[in-house]
Design a protein around this ligand. Structure first.
Ligand code: HEC
Ligand code: HEC
Ligand code: HEC
Ligand code: HEC
Length: 472
């Protein structure tokens, strides 16, 4: 996980180094489209309109239509309004910024092919099982991977107008651009692929993991920073109504992840795989443990007060529920107890039957939904952010990190929240950098999923948060 933090640092340095000046030639924008990627792949929006495409068409036009050298295809970030080198950053495939442009290609590479082979997939099988996440739904060019419109929305309705005089974010959104400024909207876009979604080929079943797919780990703010290709400068703040709050993004991301998990799990076709439950919903290492049943053997599972299930039953993966509870205790204390009670009831219902479990999942989902709304309209203060970090490392929450996934979330959370305070000017970057050693030690405690030790982990996290407390 440490590479995440390294990548963030690299990215931040890059953003600072890039000068921002120059004027965008609005009128020439569409005319030049396609230059950067080769005109042959161009689907010109003008041509689409000339063919009498219906108003309000929501067509997916492809990355070539964004890549003109006067649009987003510049080689330096010298745009007057936006950087305009977004395509280059998306293509920079040696860094996480460019991960999405290589999303289709990785399936053709050895690791991807090994998965395909182990699953016995033909081309149609790859479409069915992989394309929903490794290409853009709606695109006719899967080889472009996850392109601009996968996140910003199909551009048929707004491509030709989004840079003209009178354009505003509100108007663009009204014409079909996805409003990624809203944390809830953004979370839902990312979760489709970074958790699982409802569309075809967007479900990361255990069968795919068992064929060698990396496990999916996601935290909305951290991953947003890793793929960031915009600068939050004065004109961004003016156009988008403020800087991004990392704390709000984090908290809403947790709530939306809980919702997504429960929504998918509530669908019978998703929850089961033949006669077995779909294992992807459960904590991986609860099944993937070594067995010590000799005379001096010991049981390695640790009781978790947040999950009143019996030893020997696979516990539902509650990584985001734990984070959500930690945040709720600080920001929405009146709702925290109910959320906690409903989470416990959900885990417990699994010992009874599916009908009770689904009913409990719905109740829990409602609580998560209410928290998501609350967080989306909260401006997290310095005091609250410190308190959330304390909450994450507190005994009441700490005893729930019995599994690797929850532990990883807690480290990403502390990293994100500290970074968020630096961004908002609540903590100086010098002071935050001084704590890197401790945060890296917490990352180190989750480096090896198979060697995860709950107690050692809690010590590392506790000591990181104690050092952070010194900034309070
Ligand atoms: C629910 C969405 C989803 C589905 C379905 C999915 N993947 Fe992935 N895949 C991802 C994400 C997200 C990552 C990146 C994980 C990370 O780094 O956090 C990834 C990573 C990978 C990687 C590693 C890439 C690298 O850079 O090392 C390979 C290979 C891969 N997927 C192949 C496949 C294949 C083959 C299929 C179909 C059998 C498939 N994936 C289905 C979302 C998905
Ligand atoms: C993985 C999702 C994703 C992909 C892929 C993606 N973007 Fe973005 N983009 C975002 C997010 C999130 C933001 C920040 C939210 C915002 O301010 O609108 C953003 C911001 C931007 C901005 C700055 C907006 C502003 O008002 O300052 C531009 C321009 C942009 N993206 C263009 C592109 C282009 C061009 C591509 C394709 C080469 C692309 N994006 C691919 C998610 C994505
Ligand atoms: C259509 C599917 C899709 C959507 C939507 C999507 N991603 Fe991804 N993302 C992927 C896949 C697939 C990969 C893995 C590609 C690879 O490793 O080559 C990936 C990789 C990444 C990586 C690099 C991770 C690493 O370990 O290096 C980051 C960061 C990321 N995504 C952030 C985001 C964010 C933030 C959003 C929402 C704004 C988002 N993604 C939306 C499919 C998607
Ligand atoms: C309910 C139990 C259970 C859970 C939970 C579970 N698995 Fe599995 N896993 C299995 C079983 C059973 C197999 C098949 C073992 C075999 O083929 O011998 C397996 C196989 C695998 C394999 C292939 C191992 C090999 O050596 O062939 C991988 C990788 C894997 N699982 C990853 C995961 C991940 C990642 C998660 C969490 C998202 C997870 N599993 C959750 C039961 C589980």
């Amino acid at each position: 996980m440490q590479r995440y933090y390294m990548a963030i640092r690299r990215l931040a340095a890059l953003c600072r180094a890039v000068p921002r000046s120059g004027v965008m030639a609005f009128a020439a924008c569409v005319a030049m489209a396609g230059v950067a990627l080769g005109a042959s792949s161009l689907v010109s929006p003008a041509a689409v309109q000339a063919q009498g495409a219906p108003m309000g068409m929501r067509g997916h036009l492809g990355v070539a239509s964004c890549a003109g050298s006067t649009c987003h295809g510049r080689s330096v970030a010298d745009g007057a309004v936006v950087r305009q080198d977004e395509v280059l950053r998306w293509q920079e495939d040696s860094s996480p910024t460019g991960a999405h442009s290589r999303a289709w290609r990785v399936i053709q590479e050895p690791r991807g092919q090994a998965i395909v082979r182990r699953m016995g997939l033909d081309a149609a099988g790859v479409q069915r099982e992989c394309a929903g996440c490794h290409a853009s739904p709606g695109s006719s060019r899967p080889s472009d991977g996850v392109d601009c419109e996968a996140c910003h929305g199909a551009s048929g309705g707004w491509l030709s107008t989004h840079y003209t005089v009178g354009a505003s974010h509100t108007r663009n959104v009204a014409q079909g651009m996805t409003d990624l400024v809203r944390p809830q909207v953004k979370a839902q876009v990312c979760l489709d692929c970074h958790f699982s979604g409802d569309a075809r080929g967007q479900f990361i079943a255990h069968r795919i993991m068992a064929a060698g797919h990396p496990r999916i780990s996601f935290e909305l703010d951290l991953f947003s920073t890793l793929q960031q290709h915009h600068d939050e400068d004065a004109d961004y703040v003016q156009r988008k109504g403020g800087k991004t709050s990392a704390m709000r993004m984090w908290a809403v991301g947790q709530a939306e992840a809980v919702k997504r998990s429960l929504e998918l799990y509530s669908q019978p076709a998703r929850a089961m795989d033949g006669i077995f439950p779909e294992f992807t919903f459960y904590d991986c290492h609860s099944c993937h443990r070594r067995i010590y049943d000799s005379e001096d053997g010991n049981v390695t599972a640790v009781r978790n007060p947040g999950r009143p299930v019996d030893l020997g039953t696979p516990p539902y993966n509650d990584e985001n529920m734990i984070m959500l509870l930690a945040a709720a205790r600080v920001v929405a204390p009146d709702a925290a107890a109910q959320f906690d009670a409903r989470a416990k009831a959900f885990h417990k219902a699994m010992l009874a039957n599916r009908a009770e479990t689904v009913a409990a999942a719905q109740a829990l989902r409602q609580s998560a939904d209410a928290l998501s709304d609350r967080f989306a309209s909260t401006s997290f203060t310095r005091e609250q952010t410190f308190a959330i970090m304390e909450s994450i490392a507190s005994d009441a929450i700490g005893e729930r990190y019995t599994d690797y996934e929850g532990a990883v979330q807690s480290v990403m959370a502390v990293d994100t929240l500290l970074g968020g305070m630096v961004n908002q000017g609540m903590v100086s970057s010098g002071a935050a950098n001084g704590l890197r050693v401790q945060i890296n030690q917490a990352y180190a405690a989750v480096r090896d999923p198979n060697g995860f030790q709950p107690l050692a982990f809690r010590r590392a996290l506790g000591s990181a948060v104690r050092s952070i407390r010194s900034l309070r």
